[in-house]
Design a protein around this ligand. Structure first.
Ligand code: NAD
Length: 264
């Protein structure tokens, strides 16, 4: 453990279970001395998120469905009853109809396009606005993205289009809030087996392909994403904003199948 986050308070959004990327990040931050609050989607998740939060010494647990502006506002009003300011927010939330995370992108429905953009893109912007209102200089905002924003990945479809928009919004938010000394970044994580990932067609094959073809010849862990988050959310990252940091075992630099990779 270290003291990189001593005296800092922040909100973790998107913890569903101990496989969540949010869990890897929360553990790294708590280990560095951060004080944490958690939001969760819907009462059904409370029994799973509660014990995890408790494990990290947090007793601030707030229900928030980011599809609703009122729900986001209530979340921050509740936080204000506990804390007068906040130092960081982690947004580890994405959603698209599972039935459209396979097959062709071109078949995306208007309804699911809107929902995917709303939950996976707009919610981060709305959260940043609320969070910035209770942040001081040195505040840091973080979201999670994927390589499917930059290149076509099988079955990622409308989620790839949403992640491209999310990465663009990170740049615009960085500019807007940079004047107040608040930073905004994204981590582009390699494939990790989580609840959300299980909705993507052929996800096991994608993981295997990344393992065989990334420069490090393996996949990344929630803990490794946690360490990168610690850099971006702590003073170590004080000169970095508007950035999408790849934590993907180097997969994004590869232009061709590795010569030593077997056919799978
Ligand atoms: P996860 O299923 O553990 O987390 C997704 C979270 O989104 C859940 O906690 C869920 O409750 C929340 N969520 C969905 N709709 C919501 C809503 N309307 N309101 C509030 N919360 C809502 O899966 P994960 O893989 O840890 O996903 C976290 C983030 O990481 C997502 O943005 C995902 O796209 C991104 N990401 C994942 C991978 C991967 O391979 N797992 C790779 C790169 C990026």
């Amino acid at each position: 453990s270290n003291n990189l986050m001593a005296g800092k308070r922040g909100l973790i959004m998107g913890l569903a279970n101990d496989k969540s990327i949010a869990w890897g990040i929360a553990k790294a931050l708590a280990d560095a001395g951060a004080e944490l609050a958690f939001s969760f989607q819907g009462e059904a998740l409370k029994k799973r998120v509660g014990p995890l939060a408790e494990q990290l010494g947090s007793d601030i647990l707030v229900e928030c469905d980011v599809a609703s502006g009122d729900s986001i506002q209530t979340l921050f009003e509740t936080l204000r009853t506990h804390w007068d300011s906040i130092d960081f927010v982690v947004h580890a939330i994405g959603f698209s109809d599972k039935s459209e995370l396979r097959g062709r992108y071109v078949d995306t429905s208007r309804d699911n396009f809107k929902t995917t953009m709303d939950i996976s893109v707009y919610s981060f912007t709305a959260v940043c606005k609320e969070a910035a209102a209770m942040m001081n200089e040195g505040g840091s905002l973080l979201t999670l993205t994927y390589y499917g924003a930059e290149q076509v990945m099988p079955h990622y479809n409308v989620m790839g289009v949403a992640k491209a928009a999310l990465e663009a919004s990170v740049m615009y938010i960085a500019e807007d809030l940079g004047k107040d000394g608040i930073r905004c970044n994204a981590i582009s994580a390699g494939p990790i087996k989580t609840l959300a990932a299980s909705g993507i067609g052929d996800f096991r094959y994608i993981m295997k392909w990344n393992e065989l073809n990334s420069p490090l010849r393996r996949n990344v862990t929630q803990e490794e994403v946690g360490k990168a988050a610690l850099y971006l959310l702590s003073d170590l990252g004080s000169g970095t904003t508007g950035e999408t940091l790849h934590v993907d075992a180097g997969y994004h630099v590869v232009g061709m199948k590795a010569v030593d990779a077997p056919d799978i």
